[in-house]
Design a protein around this ligand. Structure first.
Ligand code: PEP
Length: 251
């Protein structure tokens, strides 16, 4: 069994309801049948309607951009994993650097969110990655190892197998500055070896590790050709159907 290739689009806080529906219509129209899993992660508001739009497209899945760590209760403005599951969501992005930076999310909190999603049968897409100063000081491998240990290594092997990892160097997100394919490969191989030491080679070999950070139709093929890069988490380029589908076709 080989690991799943994945391209996930993180729309962030973009697209009104109608714009979102139009984007999905265009993606569905342009996407050829593919073995790559294509995950759309629109804002919460759009999930239910987009779930209906993509229900007959085998390769398209629905993802959310966050969820709360508790199952239900007095948490005004929040959305639970069970609510997401109830409208057809299968994946949840957790630990995105924007959640860490603007909403103070720590790996301890993200670990609880990971548990909440797994409890509802959802797949977390766990984002990790270093800021520029850490990379320049040569601390990137250790930092990402610490992030992964704190957020994920309390999981059983059976639960860990449901997790997707996205390596997103913070200095590459939304900046137009992409990691080189060598930088991505070095980190992805490092992450896979950490997983092998904690669990085993089989679990490590089956874990999909995505690259994220200014991935676009011109650089995706080179990044995706690396042995340990199993696809991408795409921000800006996921907002245009043509670019997003071109990235999916880059394998
Ligand atoms: C992201 O936010 O996950 C991301 C990768 O953004 P961008 O592609 O715009 O750098």
């Amino acid at each position: 069994m080989s690991r799943q290739r994945i391209v996930a689009g993180n729309w962030k806080m973009n697209k009104t309801y109608e714009e979102g529906r139009a984007l999905v219509k265009d993606i569905v129209g342009q996407l050829q049948p593919t073995e790559t899993l294509v995950i759309l992660c629109p804002p919460f508001l759009h999930l239910n309607s987009i779930s209906g739009q993509i229900k007959d497209v085998r390769s398209l899945k629905l993802g959310a951009q966050n969820c709360h760590q508790e199952g239900s209760g007095a948490y005004t403005g929040e959305v639970s994993a069970a609510m997401l599951q109830s409208v057809g969501v299968e994946y949840v992005i957790l630990g995105h650097s924007e959640r860490r930076e603007y909403f103070g999310e720590t790996d301890e909190l993200i670990a609880k969110k990971i548990d909440a999603t797994l409890k509802e049968g959802l797949h977390p897409i766990y984002c990790c990655g270093e800021k520029l100063d850490v990379r320049e000081a040569g601390g990137h491998l250790d930092l990402v190892a610490a992030q992964i240990k704190t957020a994920l290594f309390h999981l059983s092997a059976a639960d860990f197998e449901k997790v997707v990892i996205a390596y997103e160097p913070v200095w590459a997100i939304g900046t137009g500055k992409t990691a080189t394919s060598q930088q991505a490969q070095e980190m992805h191989a490092h992450i896979r070896s950490l997983i092998a030491s904690k669990y085993d080679q089989q679990v490590a070999g089956l874990t999909s590790i995505l690259y994220g950070g200014s991935c676009n139709p011109s650089n995706a093929a080179e990044l995706f050709s690396q042995a340990d890069v199993d696809g991408g988490l795409i921000g800006g380029a996921s907002l245009k159907a043509g670019d997003f589908v071109a990235i999916v076709n880059s394998f």
